[in-house]
Design a protein around this ligand. Structure first.
Ligand code: NAP
Length: 479
C-alpha cells in the first residue's frame, strides 16, 4: 500500500510533546505515513503573520488534505485572530466530532457506567461566525446565523458517523423552544432527515435538559448532534465525565479536509516538563487512522491505550504530579502494549464515514414566494416608549406602513407595554403594511430615512413571509 501523507503541526506549549507521542505510537503500528511538518500558532504570529498560519502550511494542507495537530496558543498582543479558527474556516471543517468513553484505571464518579458517547458539533456557523456590532453605545449584538445547508450537512454527517460506528441512537440537542427560527432550523432538518436512517433511533432533547441528563444519566446517550455554541459547552462537560481534557480527542471534518486534534489547549505551564497526558492527541491520531481506512491499526492503538491505563500507568493529571508517570514513559508503555487486547473493554470497529455531498450552490433552498410585509426599524433613543411611540406614529402617518408595536430587548413596551420593563436605549419599532397595501423593501427604507431625520436609526430588518410562513418571530406580549 502507498504511504499516506499527513501535514503535522506540532503546535505550542505542550503540543510538541503530545504530537511526538502520537507520531511515535502511530509509526509503531506499521502504518506508513509521510509526516510533513509545518507550523502555525505563536511562533507564526511572532513572525508578523496575522492569521497565525504560514502560507506553506496552507499549501501543505491543500496538498495532503489531512492534518494532525497540537494545540495552538492565541498570544495576546499579536492581533486578535485564533490560528485554530483560521484553519477551521479556511478549510470549512464544518463538523467537530468529540467522542468520550470510560477508561480503565481512570476513576471518576461515573466509573462502571459504561459512558461511550460522541458529540457532533456544528463548527462554523451560529454565534461563532463572530459577527458582532455595537447597536448603541450600551447595547451589543452578536448574530446567530444558522443555515439550511449548514444544518443539513451536520445532521447527515451525524447519522453517517453513527452508521459507520454501528451506533444505535442520535439525539439532536437544541434550544428550539426559544429560538424557533435558528435552533428550530436544526431541529426541523433533523426531523426531516432522520427517517432516511430507520435503523437509528432519533430523538430531540432541549439543550439545557441535555446538560442535566448528561450529568444525571450519561449512559443514555450515544451520538448527540447540536449547534456550535451548545456543542462547545456540552463537549467540555462530556470530557469531564471520563477524566478530563487529557483524554478528549477530536476530529474537524470538512468535505475535503480533516483536521485531528485534542480538545485541550497548549497548557503552557507544563510545556517541556515531560509530565502531561498525551492521550487526547494519541486518540485523535487513532481517529485519523480510522479516517484513513486503517481500522486495524486504529483498534490496536485504542486497545494499547486501554491496556496501558489498566496497568495503572497514569500521568499526573489523573494521580497527581508527584505520582504520575512521565509523558515519555507513558508513550513507551503504549508502544510496548501494541498488539495486546484490553480484556473486558469494548473497542468499536468502524467502517468509512460517507461524507454528505451537498451542492456548493449559493441558494440551497430557494423560495417559491417571498413577500415583504413590514420592517423592524431599530432606533437608538433615550425617550420612554410612551413618547417615542406617538412620535413614530406621526412620522409614519403618510406612509404605507403603520407602527404595530415597539419592543425593548424582545418584550413589547408600546402600545400598552409591560410597565416592569427596564428599557435600554435600543428600541425595535415594528412597522407593518397598512390594510390593503402591498409594500416593498423600498417603502421600509423610505420610512427608515424619515424616522432617521428625527431619531437615530441603528438597524433595519425586513419582515418577510416566505412560502406562506412568517420569517420572523413575535415579541413577548405581541398579538
Ligand atoms: P488548556 O491549555 O486546555 O489548559 C487548561 C488546563 O487543562 C491545564 O492547565 C491543565 O489543568 C489541563 N490540561 C490540558 N491539557 C492537558 C494535558 N494534555 N495533560 C494534562 N493536563 C492538561 O486551556 P487554556 O489554559 O485555557 O489555554 C491555553 C492556550 O491554549 C490558550 O492560548 C488557548 O487559546 C489555547 N487553546 C488552543 C486550543 C486548540 O489549539 N485547539 C484549544 C483550547 C485552547 P491543571 O491546571 O488543572 O493541571
Amino acid at each position: 500500500m502507498s504511504k499516506h501523507r499527513v501535514t503535522l503541526i506540532p503546535g505550542d506549549g505542550i503540543g510538541p510533546e503530545c504530537v511526538n507521542a502520537a507520531v511515535d505510537i502511530i509509526n509503531a503500528t506499521g502504518v506508513e505515513i509521510e509526516w510533513i511538518e509545518r507550523h502555525a500558532g505563536e511562533r507564526v504570529f511572532a513572525e508578523g503573520i496575522a492569521s497565525g498560519v504560514r502560507p506553506d502550511t496552507i499549501d501543505s494542507i491543500n496538498d495532503t488534505r489531512l492534518v494532525l495537530k497540537g494545540p495552538l496558543g492565541t498570544p495576546v498582543g499579536y492581533g486578535e485572530k485564533s490560528a485554530n479558527v483560521t484553519l477551521r474556516k479556511l478549510f470549512e471543517t464544518y463538523a467537530n466530532i468529540r467522542p468520550v468513553r470510560e477508561l480503565p484505571g481512570v476513576h471518576t464518579p461515573y466509573s462502571g457506567r459504561g459512558i461511550d458517547l460522541v458529540v457532533v458539533r456544528e463548527n462554523v456557523e451560529d454565534l461563532y461566525a463572530g459577527i458582532e456590532h455595537m447597536q448603541t453605545p450600551d447595547v451589543a449584538q452578536c448574530l446567530k446565523l444558522i443555515s439550511a445547508k449548514g444544518s443539513e450537512k451536520i445532521i447527515r454527517l451525524a447519522f453517517e458517523f453513527a452508521r459507520s460506528e454501528g451506533r444505535k441512537s442520535v439525539a439532536c440537542a437544541t434550544k428550539s423552544n426559544i429560538m424557533k427560527l435558528t435552533e428550530g432550523e436544526m431541529k426541523r432538518t433533523f426531523e426531516r432527515i432522520a427517517p432516511e436512517y430507520p435503523e437509528i433511533e432519533a430523538w430531540h432533547v432541549i439543550i439545557d435538559n441535555c446538560a442535566h441528563q448528561l450529568v444525571k444519566k450519561p449512559e443514555q446517550f450515544d451520538v448527540i448532534v447540536t449547534t456550535n455554541m451548545n456543542g462547545d459547552i456540552i463537549s467540555d462537560l462530556t470530557s469531564a465525565l471520563v477524566g478530563g481534557l487529557g483524554f478528549a480527542p477530536s476530529a474537524n471534518l470538512g468535505s475535503d479536509v480533516a483536521i485531528f486534534e485534542a480538545v485541550h489547549g497548549s497548557a503552557p505551564k507544563y510545556a517541556g516538563k515531560n509530565v502531561i497526558n498525551p492521550t487526547a492527541v494519541v486518540l485523535s491520531g487513532m481517529m485519523m487512522l480510522k479516517h484513513l481506512g486503517e481500522f486495524e491499526a486504529a483498534e490496536a492503538v485504542e486497545h494499547a491505550v486501554l491496556v496501558t491505563l489498566g496497568q495503572g500507568k497514569l500521568t499526573g493529571d489523573v494521580v497527581g504530579y508527584d505520582k504520575g508517570v512521565s509523558t515519555s514513559d507513558y508513550t513507551k508503555a503504549v508502544m510496548e502494549n501494541l498488539g495486546q487486547r484490553a480484556e473486558g473493554w469494548k473497542v468499536r470497529s468502524a467502517s468509512p464515514i460517507k461524507l454528505p455531498k451537498l451542492s456548493r450552490d449559493q441558494v440551497f433552498r430557494p423560495a417559491t414566494t417571498k413577500e415583504v410585509v413590514g420592517g423592524d426599524i431599530f432606533v437608538e433613543s433615550s425617550l420612554v416608549p410612551a413618547v417615542l411611540g406617538p412620535s413614530l406614529e406621526t412620522i409614519a402617518a403618510e406612509s404605507r406602513l403603520r407602527l404595530k408595536m415597539i419592543s425593548n430587548r424582545g418584550t413589547k413596551v408600546y402600545p400598552e407595554g409591560n410597565p416592569n420593563i427596564d428599557c435600554v436605549s435600543h428600541h425595535r419599532c415594528r412597522f407593518v403594511a397598512r390594510e390593503g397595501e402591498a409594500i416593498t423593501f423600498a417603502d421600509v427604507l423610505a420610512l427608515a430615512e424619515k424616522v432617521n431625520a428625527t431619531h437615530e436609526v441603528c438597524h433595519i430588518e425586513r419582515l418577510l413571509v416566505i412560502d406562506g410562513a412568517p420569517g420572523f418571530t413575535k415579541a413577548q406580549g405581541e398579538d
